[in-house]
Design a protein around this ligand. Sequence first.
Ligand code: SF4
Ligand code: SF4
Ligand code: SF4
Length: 326
Amino acid sequence: MLKDTYAEVMELWEVPEEFYEAAKPMYRDYEAALAMKMGKKVCSGTQICQWIMEEGLKNPEELLFESYQRNVLKKSELPSGEMGYVTTTFYDRYPFFAQYEPEEYAKYSQEMVDRLNQWDLEVYFGYVKDTVLAVAAGEDVPMHQSQFLTLEESWEMMDKLGGDEFIVFPCNCKAMGRCTEKPINVCIGKVERDKVNTPYDRKLGKVVTRAEIKDVLTMTDKKGLMHSGEYDGLCSCDGKYCYPIKVAKTLGTRLNYPKSHYETQWDEEKCIHCGKCTKICNFGAFTKDENKKVSFDIDKCWGCTICASNCPKGAITLKKRADIED
Ligand code: SF4
Ligand code: SF4
Ligand code: SF4
């Protein structure tokens, strides 16, 4: 099926032509058959199961759920008000493949991974650019990863999110970049039982308690991941793979997006030059010279705060920025 209708189905999934071959392992043959029948229409689960059976397959409900779980399909309302399914695009599917099928993704060449990342980042950039600039200009618009939080503030944000259960799932930025140097299972969301197209509804990730989330955030702090969060969840980001940070670097929004509430202050007198901050900082603001002497360049600092929580001597402190409103 995929072979005969190759180009047509790739177009339906909005796969750029240069990735037709790379996209093939991300889809199953019956999913290509479904895409051809569904087009861009919302279809009922019953109809989709019928089409799956016409492909000579058993357990259609299971396969339908797997395609939903894999984000090849997403839920959408039918005109009748009942819940149906619609085909997603390659831009939706690719991160799920990287996040939840890492063994398969590991088979891709580094060159291909770099190209996929570059394309994906460009699409993301197009979607968020204006909103990021608005946030950086001080407008109050909802945006993922709009502000940095201290470790304590991230715990408080968790309280604001409400609920006793949370879901931890793999960070898609790090997964798409095949990050190996930092923990990946660090994205935190609320458990919203009545919402569709969430990791919870797709039975992905791990449901954990409030106390366990505190442990996850403490662990990420120690591993040099930066806390951020707002209405939709909590992030633990890094400076190399994180898309919002890459966008911020391109747009030159340091300190304004992600918004930093603190100015970092370094007390050289208290510093024992252990070098921990040079490993923690994602932006090279703390460096060590050939004599193992540490120095701090405030112009490279993004105000993410994690060096302060990790300094063993209290040599790094945070001063509330006067020019920033909470
Ligand atoms: S914004 Fe940060 S935590 Fe969220 S997916 Fe990207 S790197 Fe991961
Ligand atoms: S972590 Fe603290 S004590 Fe260690 S080098 Fe950095 S500022 Fe100095
Ligand atoms: S120096 Fe600045 S950017 Fe680096 S860890 Fe500290 S607060 Fe974050």
